[in-house]
Design a protein around this ligand. Structure first.
Ligand SMILES: Nc1ncnc2c1ncn2[C@@H]1O[C@H](COP(=O)(O)OP(=O)(O)OP(=O)(O)O)[C@@H](O)[C@H]1O
Ligand SMILES: [Mg+2]
Length: 312
């Protein structure tokens, strides 16, 4: 058991909540970046895994202690209280019609946004643009580039930062992750520093599609992807904003109808899902519409233009 005075101030909770071997492991986790709040987001099963509980009931007791200590035991709010506190923080994206037509007037913290579309529709550009807008607002961003397309030599991100008047220190507030596979993506998502405000995964679905091949792997693939989305959902409970992108697949027997490659898991888990389309690749313009967005009719059309510093 680690001596309390040998444990750094910010990890004292570990020895206060746990004893013996469990306390040792909790201190280790804390030194690795697991704050009390982050630990409080874990399920009893995950806690059992990390701290070495063999018994479900013990793990549940531990989870209860951790959540109470972190102040994450939620109580319901009345609608009157909610109206008073307002809807929460919103970030303007710079796409005029998106900011004008979505119910929140931009992208809202606490939600997972999904952008689905064919190649070249502007999903990555929009994902980068939201990151740039967040950096310009003084926030921290974690950008997961699963396709290996984010290159520091590509000046389009610099131009976006300039467009949003981001200060010079923006570059040191953006963390670029390049997970090799879906396993590493999930590991990195779990270990994310707590002070990150915006999490972008471009593309979320691609690694799962590439690795879990064949129909018989569909169920485990969707299960693994659901877990990745579930981690993002927990960060949303802490008030963070998440953005994921997805490709499309053709709907068999229906000409020119596309649906998200992420399937039902994506449709059910993402809070606001938009489809992007660029009918004429010779023109730098496209449109997006809500596939599944609360408070937004599916016939709303958001037109955008692609320029060298992002979407307008
Ligand atoms: N700097 C730029 N200036 C003008 N147009 C650009 C610029 N950068 C990209 N584009 C155009 O915008 C399109 C959208 O690019 P983006 O990388 O966002 O597509 P995507 O939807 O992420 O596609 P994919 O599914 O292949 O990842 C590109 O095909 C290109 O035609
Ligand atoms: Mg892309």
């Amino acid at each position: 058991m680690p001596k309390k005075r040998d444990v750094p101030e910010e990890c004292r909770w570990a020895v206060e909540l746990f004893s013996g071997e469990k306390a040792e492991r909790a201190v280790e986790l804390c030194l690795r970046g697991y704050s009390l709040r982050k630990l409080a987001l874990l399920t009893p099963m995950e806690l059992a895994d990390l701290l070495g509980y063999d018994d479900v009931a013990d793990a549940e007791k531990a989870a209860r202690r951790v959540r109470e200590a972190a102040g994450l035991v939620s109580r319901p709010l009345t609608l009157a209280e909610l109206k008073k506190t307002g809807g929460g923080r919103v970030l303007k994206t710079g796409v005029e019609e998106f900011d004008g037509k979505t119910p929140w007037g931009g992208v809202k913290f606490g939600l997972i946004y999904g952008f689905v579309g064919e190649y070249g529709t502007g999903k990555s550009l929009f994902a980068k643009q939201i990151s740039a807008a967040a950096l310009a607002a003084g926030l921290k961003t974690a950008y997961f580039d699963t396709e290996g397309v984010f290159a520091i030599e590509d000046a389009s991100f610099d131009r976006m930062l300039k467009r949003f008047n981001a200060p010079e220190d923006a570059y040191s507030r953006m963390y670029l992750y390049k997970p090799k596979d879906s396993f590493e993506l999930i590991e990195q998502l779990r270990e994310l520093p707590e002070d990150i405000d915006v999490i972008v995964v471009d593309s979320l679905v691609a690694p799962f599609r590439a690795e879990y091949r064949g129909r018989q792997m569909l169920a485990p693939r969707q299960q693994a992807m659901l877990y990745a989305l579930n981690i993002l959902q927990r960060y949303c409970h802490l008030g963070k904003l998440a953005v994921v992108t997805d490709q499309v697949v053709d709907v068999p027997a229906m000409f020119n109808v596309k649906r998200p490659a992420g399937g039902n898991v994506l449709l059910h888990t993402v809070h606001a899902l938009f489809m992007l389309e660029r009918p004429n690749k010779a023109k730098l313009e496209g449109r997006m519409w809500p596939l599944d967005v609360p408070g937004m009719s599916p016939d709303v059309e958001i037109r955008y233009e692609i320029r060298d510093d992002g979407l307008y």
